[in-house]
Ligand binder design. Structure first.
Ligand code: KG4
Ligand code: ZN
Length: 377
């Protein structure tokens, strides 16, 4: 089965082509193409992702990314796709006129590629960004007569861990840490999710971004803070690890951000202070993430612990989680490779292989983006 996947939930435009074979229990994947067009430069001056700018960039980037991915995969053939669907296309791209123009100019000259399905992120994420990718997928499904597989972005962050043939022994516990989410998810089987804990305010990645902003370090903050932390003293400032002792599996990071604000209050931090604040803050976040993941793994008798999301690139988190899981015998840990922690369409392609929902080409128009989509619903 060959899958074309589309990801536009936030600030990366992703198109991937994946060949998948075998059963869900024992799948084999071969990456044919993985194109990610990052918008970080566009959003950087604003210190965060601006939804309408993201939408504009996705409209601009989707078709060039698709063409490059098809070419990388050796699936790009010139040809003609019958028109006569213009009315439907107008309907689909009602709110994306720029993409409609590119679509009408480029897509009819591409022969329908040899793919079996189109997978697309339909939530959670930024509404204007999600809709752009969803509408693009619908239009391709209609024109090329391919089924659609709607994928939850967070399932992508979990399932990218299986790209190289890894297997999940259930029950599994996934820690998803990104710019928008911090969730502990119990999985009793493929595609069976139960959120057992989540953040009550800021997400872990968001906390990194906000603390970086407080010290005027730039965007996105996670990579910058973790780099500064390497030269810092993590015991210099005793930031509290919020909710580390609470009996539930929830998180809270906004108080920690306020503690950093108070610490810096009225001063221009020296380089040394920036390093020490970064190291101390990072330690407080990692300690609580690892402690709660471990306690949940024990309580639910997890056989696999899975890490996913942008913050999974954090070196200290990877090291501490590895150490902690090693101490629990018989549990395997799945860590994504660093390159696959940031948003991409490959993760959506892998997750789609485990997804049971499929929309026939004729029903493609019914798919809607769902910005508040939750796992397990
Ligand atoms: O999953 P992702 O690419 O996008 C969302 O779905 O949100 O995650 C982006 C988040 C940002 O908040 C970024 O600061 C954070 O991941 N991040 C990191 C690191 N690299 C990226 N946080 C901590 N340490 C890192 N090395
Ligand atoms: Zn993400």
């Amino acid at each position: 089965m060959r899958i074309l996947a589309i990801e536009t939930s936030c600030d990366e435009t992703g198109i991937a082509l994946l060949e998948a074979n075998g059963t869900k229990q024992s799948p084999r994947f071969r990456v044919l193409a993985n194109v990610v067009s990052s918008q970080i430069k566009v959003h950087r001056p604003f210190g965060g992702v601006v939804p309408n700018l993201a939408k504009r960039e996705h409209q601009k980037n989707l078709i060039p990314a698709l063409v490059r991915a098809l070419r990388d995969a050796g699936l790009l053939r010139s040809g003609r796709t019958s028109k006569g669907k213009d009315q439907k296309l107008n309907e689909i791209f009602d709110h994306e006129p720029e993409l409609l123009q590119y679509f009408q100019k480029e897509i009819p000259n591409i022969a329908p590629p040899k793919i079996d399905a189109i997978a697309v992120t339909y939530g959670p994420g930024l509404a204007p960004a999600l809709w752009t990718g969803v509408n693009f997928a619908k239009a391709l499904a209609l024109i090329w007569k391919k089924p659609l597989i709607p994928v939850n972005h967070l399932a992508g962050h979990i399932y990218v861990n299986l790209l190289k043939g890894e297997k999940i022994s259930f029950p599994a516990l996934a820690l998803i840490v990104s710019g928008g989410h911090t969730e502990l998810v119990l999985m009793k089987g493929h595609n069976r999710y139960q959120i057992i804990g989540e953040t009550r305010d800021d997400a872990a990645g968001e906390a990194f971004d906000k603390v970086a902003k407080l010290m005027e370090l730039g965007y996105p903050g996670g990579p910058i803070i973790s780099r500064l932390a390497e030269s810092g003293d993590e015991s210099r400032i005793p930031f509290p690890s919020p909710m580390i002792g609470s009996r539930d599996f929830d998180f809270s990071f906004s108080g920690l951000k306020t503690a950093v604000l108070y610490k810096l209050h009225g001063t221009r931090p020296t380089e040394k202070t920036k390093q020490d604040v970064s190291a101390s803050f990072q330690k407080a976040v990692v300690d609580v993430l690892v402690a709660k993941t471990l306690r949940a793994a024990r309580e639910y008798n997890a056989r696999t612990v899975i890490l996913g999301g942008g913050v999974a690139a954090n070196k200290l988190l990877r090291e501490e989680l590895t150490k902690a899981v090693k101490n629990l015998s018989g549990i395997q840990l799945l860590l994504p490779s660093i390159a696959e922690t940031t948003d991409n369409a490959l993760m959506i392609a892998v997750a789609s292989y485990f997804e049971n929902k499929k929309i026939r080409p004729a029903g493609a128009l019914s798919l809607r983006a769902d910005p508040g989509l939750r796992l397990g619903r």
